[in-house]
Ligand binder design. Structure first.
Ligand code: C5P
Length: 232
């Protein structure tokens, strides 16, 4: 499994995302389509971007009863996505159903990644709102292990957690890590961040980078800088 940089295409229309991708003429980056773009542009945006030669991580974070997730995953696999995700919170039964749905009629299924606890959830909120009376890190590691036992390929996690996830779930278990910033760049609203170079040292498999590329004066150079620091 090769390391790669995934650009978080957090745009609210088809026109904006296609204008952005038009900037990339000699390279076809792996892109992440999130809820905002998917809900505004519809499922056709996946095939449109796919047709242009990009790999796609469809970040819809499914969480529902196993039967619904199984059937929805079969639909997403049919769109030709390369990676998609679920909330580990949906339990093992749901994650196993997700794998079944993705595998239906496909020899090679898209990669399936779990969200453990959202990075926006603090330990205090998890304990008070969700009544999970444990340490946040223990919950994240337990959810990662449960995802691995359910046959998933990896988890979304902070780059700072990637090392521990690998120790717990094996080095083949993928870590997909947002919260990436250049050493000399703006931090924005992210809190636990690291640089592409450091994410490589820690052992992330994929870094997800949004604004440091999408809001750069020269997005193509910013993307190439990420690749140079993280992959090369
Ligand atoms: O612009 P920025 O680099 O902060 O974008 C990071 C992307 O990764 C966004 O699409 C964000 O929703 C996503 N993400 C995140 N933290 C998580 C999970 C996803 O930042 N824990």
């Amino acid at each position: 499994m090769g390391k790669d940089v995934i650009i978080a295409c957090d745009f609210d229309s088809k026109e904006k995302v296609l204008n952005f991708l038009d900037l990339f003429t000699d390279v076809k980056p792996f892109v992440k389509i999130g809820m905002e773009l998917f809900y505004s542009a519809g499922p056709e945006i996946v095939s449109e971007i796919k047709k242009r030669g990009h790999k796609i991580f469809l970040d819809l974070k499914l969480c529902d009863i196993p039967n619904t997730v199984r059937k929805s995953m079969a639909v997403l696999a049919g769109l030709g996505v390369d990676m998609c995700n679920v909330h580990a919170f949906g339990t093992k039964a749901m994650m196993e159903a997700a794998i079944e749905g993705l595998s239906q009629g496909n020899e090679t299924r898209p990669l399936l990644i779990a969200v453990t606890q959202l990075t926006s959830t603090s330990e205090e909120r998890m304990q008070n709102d969700l009544l999970i009376d444990r340490k946040l890190e223990d919950v994240v590691m337990h959810y990662a292990k449960m995802s691995s036992e359910s046959g998933l390929d990896g988890v979304v996690c902070s780059p700072l957690e990637a090392k521990l996830v690998k120790e717990k779930c094996g080095k083949e278990f993928l870590t997909v890590t947002p919260g990436i910033r250049f050493a000399d760049g703006d931090v924005g609203d992210q809190v636990r961040i690291t640089t592409p170079e450091r994410a490589k040292e820690i052992g992330s498999d994929y870094i997800v980078v949004g604004r440091p590329i999408t809001a750069a004066d020269d997005p193509v150079s910013a993307y190439k800088r990420c690749v140079k620091e993280f992959v090369d």
